[in-house]
Design a protein around this ligand. Sequence first.
Ligand code: MIG
Length: 858
Amino acid sequence: MALSMMGCGSRIGALLASALGLSPCVAYASAPETATAAASAFHVLSTGIEWQHGPVVMRITVLRDDVVRVRIGRNGALPEDASWAALPAARRASVAVTGFSTADAAGFSTGAMKVSVARRDGGVTVTDRTGRVLLSDLDGAVLPDRRGAGFTITKAIPDDAHYFGLGDKFGPLDRLGRSFVMWNTDSYGYQEGQDPLYKDIPFFIGYTKGGYYGVFLDNSWRTSFDFGKARRGELTIGADGGPVDYYVLAGPDPGDVERAYAWLTGTPAMQPLWALGFQQSRWGYPTERDVRSVVARYRHDRIPLDAIWLDIDYQQHFRPFTVDPGTFPTFGRMVADFTAQRVHTVAITDLHIADLPNAGYAPYDSGMAQDRFVKTGAGQPYVAPVWPGPTLFPDFTQAATRAWWGTLYRQFYLEDGIAGFWNDMDEPAIFETPTKTMPLDNRHRIDEPGFASRVAFHREIHNLYGMQNHRATYEGLLALKPDERPFVMTRATYAGGQRYGVTWTGDNSSTWNHLRLTIPMLESLGLGGFTFSGADIGGFAGSASADLLTRWIEVATFTPIARDHSDEQSLPQEPWIGGRRHEDIRRRFIEARYRLLPYLYTVAEEAARTGLPMMRPLFLEFPEGLLDGTPLDLATGSQFMLGRALMVAAPPTPESPGPYSVILPAGGWYEYWTGRPVGGLRPLSLWGAGGLFITLKDTGPAAPHMVSITPRLDQLPVYVRAGSIIPRQPLVQSTGETPRGPLEIDVYPGANCQGSVYADDGHSFAFRQGVYSRVALSCTVEADHGVAVTIGRPEGSFQPWWRSYRVVVHGFDHAPHGIGGNGGNGTRPIPVAYDGAAGSAQFTVSADGAANTYRLRP
Ligand code: MIG
């Protein structure tokens, strides 16, 4: 197929051939055995294969059975083997392969995939172990871009394909039929379809024929991805310059793809526990008094709160690392007072250092003295307007610059007790220029272990700038407090930036459509490694109606980072705005989040350990999909999983009071709020591909079902997967408060019933030395309908806050007849309470450190 398109005189053939310095007819029209065989050669490597064709050299190596790397050099040599994203250990890994060679192609197989390279044009075909073709080049290995330094790779899009990922793109989860650009851009008030936005995460997950795989293009230049928009059936990946260096991750399980991507680019930085609490921010708390009164109001109204954010308002003339003594006269005491109320303070510290010679501004003085700033094309320090007026830009791709930057945090972090930091504007954003950023020929320096030292122009560094700013802050905080998990949030980043912490979706708007699209946006960030992500609750630009803010808080209750933030121009947006009735609903949801903290933290730790995101599209948990394997998310729109057990079913059109359908994947579900099995199930019916309404014939328990919901503003449908066990805790007003009472273990019987609870000190790295506690939980429904619940022996040496477990077993339609099992056979019987209305049986047992099974007799 690909070969037949490459005839003599075809546009594409001519382009490639001219790049190779050959006449198109010599390269492509003659019989392969004469002309092409002379021009191209294979070299078999122990861990892959190399193909050479004139000045083009392509090396494909296997890092592990399910991960291959493709690198192409177009001037006789491979690009430098260096990366800001892919970890050195992963790039150095290799496995031996079994090679093959035929008349037309050569390649190799691993345990998980087969790679074949066409002799004639280097076209690569990657197949998984089941024979499913994941990727196949249409136009040979690579085409030069017409503009010169760039390139284009064109791959076939199978008929049933769908694509997910690419980070903070603002539209539907499925990227099919759309195109995207990666060029980090300050995008105040962005709207649906607007692109590019703030981040460059050039990693996507493809779906075809019931299986999933991943593709990561490790190139920081301006890149583009077209999923069949320009030409149906063609996936093009292009860049303005830089290396052709991409990885294929085999799957076919999408969770395995996610884990492989984390292996390659790193797991997300484990956050302190307080990062999962509720957070309040605003641009435009003008004085210390205003900020203090916000915190006081939270405590007075008994709305849980863990963090208060300081935007640029606290600074003197918007100069980073200063405090305005007029408006924030007792800054250090204010932070200490918040700490005493168990509220963490997060402060913005933008990268733009005011150009202030001879003014005693230490960041300028030390930065200039050490020559730490980005230069113009002519080699002078580059100065451009941002918040403080004329400013300088740290050259973060030098390790020494990052070390210097880190020292700027000493006062805030060590003396003032500020708990976390916010790196904004690091696309980098620049005022008063149509490009919104710095000139492409500005000079950065790469001075970095693992890289050849050299000058690099802004066009190469642009998309890395935010990531390296984030990294500088993260590593700087680590240097100042080596045993504290840093909390740093950035706006711009690149693939791999998850290693440095948190991000958010930038300047969204207070509209219903933004609330709706927040879900796929956060899911996509999670697929790209950025699991610790949030969207400004209530929306940033514009003013939220009371209804919108209420609904937004409800949904954000179940997103990894929950921060209310708004624009300087907008009306107030704290949870009490809009009256008592709204405040009561919002408080109830924020409280629900705090009760769920043991589960949230367990899911967060899993994400930080494995790379599986906290917030998951349905396809991650139910890869078997719909009918023919199609990802469930294409039919649901706004349903998402939080961990393995919870499914949130926000209204797909959140402003509409009209009923909507929720898809319940096969296996059985409970209602989260009542604990009862879901009633009112209907067979699944959907709009099919041809616009037909299809009703699934199979209505047995193994089939997915639907349930119809009439939305109410004070409710958000949330479901628990049968076969889950969810840990919860008594209500607290802050994660810094020790819960009083037992750990609650909610058991939702079903097949493969499991769960766990993870705990540690919530802020240090002692967990790496085994100072944590993980308790495995499981349950079995027995033949006589009894339910056995097993609470494992805690792993690790950490002693959590609870001394007992309150076990609540859901789905019991009558009172059980006592408790047996090794945990229930002691001298004193364990009392069981039965709640007929809830259909749940509960009992409390001490957390004695042993493994115990409690058997509820039917
Ligand atoms: O030019 O610091 O996205 O969250 O409130 C605007 C002020 C700069 C943009 C951020 C926003 C923040 C605002 N910042």
